[in-house]
Design a protein around this ligand. Structure first.
Ligand code: UDP
Ligand code: MN
Length: 503
């Protein structure tokens, strides 16, 4: 049976029927690493306002989120909890009056704010922030569970430096079993993004690792659902881009803004909050499917400087509507923010940039057939096979944009920096995208600029388009100098034979 047929999944993307059978005040145990400090906090830590925004959340899941805050936040650190109903639909009558009745029993700190029209996450959060009173704003998705001691380590970071924005370590609550596994012994991951301007998790670097498993760690970006920020700093920094709609892109926008305009973004491993990760996001977009892309174009236009061209090359959408960004550009001027080049060189050094530090990039075209190497949209999700094909050259970048890197790899940047990889050295072998491992091996290529051959080094076979038509898988065959084995990159930065000297 496909998971889609399990009741609750269609509506919420998680097993809401099971979720409803679990106590709203269940004990999840202490999820922190034993080395995390227990007590000894400054006595005048700032008070937090917790802001939960939801659109059609399951009532029990929402209640469990609220209770986890009430049960596991020291009263002196909790100013209020604002539950913002972003105009949930009639299909969910239980998050209307029944929620009000439950909240009335929780004491005065919990307040429900109902928006009379669908406003989207960004506006809903701002409404919640305006209604709240604490010195620190903590934004949480409405399907979370705070673990013991979550608040103090976050508040302490902000207390020491109000321009530090903090994310808890986001643990995974399982969508099928509602389990909250203990991950304290595992090293945390931090935030990056790929060139579609979508968040991704990346490992800490060696310097960070040396700081130890409980140390707060700088992170280039935030996932978006869970973070704390000093109220005054949030407003000084220009809150959110209110012309972004519904959901998406706002997490990278505020991340870039924090770093580039003089702040700092961190993940605090001793603050642990579980988030119910869904199998599929049920958020509806009243304006249609372009909403997230439009938000992302706004982000690129305001913050990326010339780097925005890489985004358009790889993701497409150049020339499409993104509204008016002049107010946000003014904000950037007014705050005297640094440029994106600084961000890439100083904060997100892991980013692979498709610039002239590579040997070649763009489309990889076989002139005889006018077929181009194409990811055939197989990199769009994390599932399924990642075979590599060809398609008629369309000159639009996107699925046909690759780099021939300084490490002699052929890399697709649309998702997780996938490298063209093959472990089958027999003639006629097909290829696969595989996460780049920087070890050469089956990901090592050479490009002979004179003969235009693209050679897979370990098998010594040539990339071959002979006899192929659009959507076919591309092959590796013994090099024979034939026309099917000639390839052209749209941009070549090196005239040399791009040959890694291997034994
Ligand atoms: N949300 C909202 N209004 C919207 C879209 C989302 O209030 O128009 C809420 C949603 O209910 C959730 C939070 O914003 O509490 C984050 O969305 P979601 O959990 O879908 O994002 P994900 O965790 O899947 O990235
Ligand atoms: Mn969420």
């Amino acid at each position: 049976r496909s998971i889609k047929h399990v009741p609750g999944y269609g509506e919420h993307g998680y097993n809401s029927h099971l979720a409803e059978t679990i106590a709203v005040n269940r004990d999840i145990g202490d999820k922190r690493h034993p080395q995390c400090k227990n007590g000894g906090w400054p006595t005048d830590l700032p008070r937090a306002s917790i802001i939960f925004c939801f659109h059609n959340e399951n009532l029990i899941v929402l209640l469990r989120s609220i209770y986890s805050v009430l049960m596991r936040t020291p009263p002196e650190l909790l100013a209020d909890i604002i539950v913002v109903d972003d105009s949930s639909t009639e299909k969910h009558p239980d998050i209307k009056e029944p929620l009000d009745e439950m909240v009335a029993l929780m004491g005065g700190k919990v307040k429900v704010l109902r928006l009379d029209q669908r406003s989207g996450l960004i506006k809903a959060r701002m409404a919640g922030a305006a209604y709240s009173t604490g010195e620190v704003l903590v934004f949480f998705d409405a399907h979370i569970e705070c673990s013991h001691g979550w608040a103090e380590p976050m508040m302490e970071r902000i207390y020491h430096d109000p321009s530090t924005v903090v994310c808890p370590c986001i643990d995974i609550i399982k969508h099928d079993t509602m389990e909250y596994p203990n991950n304290a012994q595992q090293e945390i991951q931090k935030g990056g993004f790929h060139w579609g301007l979508i968040y991704k998790w990346i490992p800490l670097n060696a310097t960070q690792r040396a700081l130890g498993i409980t140390a707060p760690q700088a992170s280039a970006t935030m996932a978006g659902g869970l973070f704390g920020i000093a109220r005054d700093y949030f407003y000084q920094l220009g809150t959110y881009d209110e012309d972004m709609k519904i959901w998406g892109g706002e997490n990278l926008e505020i991340s870039f803004r924090i770093w580039m305009c003089g702040g700092r973004l961190e993940i605090v491993p001793c603050s642990r909050v579980g988030h119910l990760f869904r199998v599929k996001n049920p958020v509806s977009f009243p304006d249609g499917s372009d909403t997230v892309s439009r938000n992302t174009r706004r982000l690129a236009e305001v913050w990326l400087d010339d780097y925005k061209e890489y985004y358009y090359d790889i993701q497409g959408g150049k020339g499409r509507d993104f509204g008016d960004v002049s107010a946000r550009k003014h904000l950037r001027d007014r705050l005297q923010c640094k440029d994106f080049k600084w961000f890439v060189n100083s904060v997100y050094r892991e980013l692979v940039v498709p610039d002239d530090s590579n040997y070649a990039l763009g489309s990889v075209r076989n002139p005889t057939s006018n077929l181009c190497l194409d990811d055939l949209q197989k990199l769009d999700d994390d599932k399924g096979d990642k075979k590599v094909g060809v398609y008629w050259c369309h000159g639009q970048g996107g699925s046909q944009f690759f780099i021939f890197s300084k490490d002699y790899e052929l890399v697709a940047l649309r998702k997780n920096d996938y490298c063209l990889d093959n472990s089958n050295y027999a003639p006629g072998a097909t290829l696969e995208w595989y996460p780049c491992h920087k070890m050469g091996g089956n990901q090592l290529w050479t490009f002979k600029t004179q003969t235009k051959e693209l050679i897979h080094v370990p098998s010594n076979n040539c990339l071959d388009a002979r006899g192929l038509k659009a959507k076919d898988l591309v092959k590796l065959n013994p090099c024979d100098g034939s026309l099917g084995q000639q390839w052209e990159f749209s941009k070549v930065y090196s005239k040399e034979t791009l040959w890694k000297k291997v034994k």
